[in-house]
Write a protein that binds this ligand. Sequence first.
Ligand code: G1P
Length: 290
Amino acid sequence: MRIRKAVLPVAGLGTRVLPATKAIPKELLPVVDRPVIQYVVDEALEAGIEHIVFVTGRGKGAIEDYFDHAHELESQLKAKNKTDILTAVDASRLPAGRSSFVRQQAPLGLGHAVWCARDVIGDEPFAVLLPDVIVKGKPSSLKQMVDAFAKVGGNVIAVDPVPEERVSSYGVIAPVERDGRLIRMSGMVEKPPRETAPSNLAITGRYILQPEIFALLEKQGAGAGGEIQLTDAMAKLMESQAFYAYEFEGSVHDCGNKTGYFDAVLTFALENPDTAEFARALVKKVAGTL
Ligand code: G1P
C-alpha cells in the first residue's frame, strides 16, 4: 500500500536553542536560505507524500503562514522583476488542500502528538518525520524507507549508529538479525541509560507506521521524561505486527540542539552554489587559526 500522508509534529518548544526560539518556532530557523522544516517537507515530497499533517501548538502560527501564499510579498517581487527569488518563494508553498493543521493542546509527548493526527490519517499506513532532524541522503531517507516498505510491508523505522555516550538521548533498538539495511528487532526502548542500552542504533525520527498504532497510543501511559512516548507504543505494536528497523544511507543533522544546528548550517553552506566557495575559504581560514 502506498504511503500518502505524513505527520510532522511541530508543537515542541525548542528549549535547547533558547532564546533563539523565544519568538519564532524552532522549525523556522534558517539553514542557509531555507528554514529547517522546508528540508524535511522536501524529503517527504520526494518520497511521494501527498498530504502533510502538521501537529502544531500555541505560538506556531508562522509555520502555517510559511507554507501559504504571501500575496503582498509575491506581488512586490513580481513588480520588481525579481524572478529568481519569486520562484524560490513559490516553491515553498504547499498545494491547496494538501496540508492539515491540528493542535496538540498540551505538551504531553511525541506519542500524544502523533495520536492527535489520527482523524486526518484515518485507516492507512503513514509516515512520521521529526521536523528538527534534517537527514541528508540520496535518495532521501524517507524515500529509501518507502522503497523498503514496498517490499516488506509492516512498520519501518529509521535507525543510525550513534556514539555510545549519546544513546541515552534517543530511542534505541535491540537488533536481532540483519538483511542488507533491514534489521529485525526484539524490542526498543526510549532513552535508556548507557549501561543497559540494547545497542547503539538510535531511532532517527523517520517512521512508517500502521494505523493500529493510534489505539495503542490512546492507552499509552507516560514513559521516559514523564511523556507519552511513541517508542513505547511501537514496542507494543511489534508484538502483533511485522516491524523493521532500516539503517539508511545518509547523514543526520539534529537542528534541535546548538551543535547539530551549526553542523547543518555548515554542511549545507558548503553545498549551496551561492555560498559554497565562500564557506570553503572561510573553513580554511578558520582552520589555519586553530
Ligand atoms: C525523539 C524520540 C526518540 C528519537 C529522537 C530522534 O526524542 O522520542 O525516540 O530517537 O526523537 O531525534 P526527542 O529528541 O524528542 O527527545
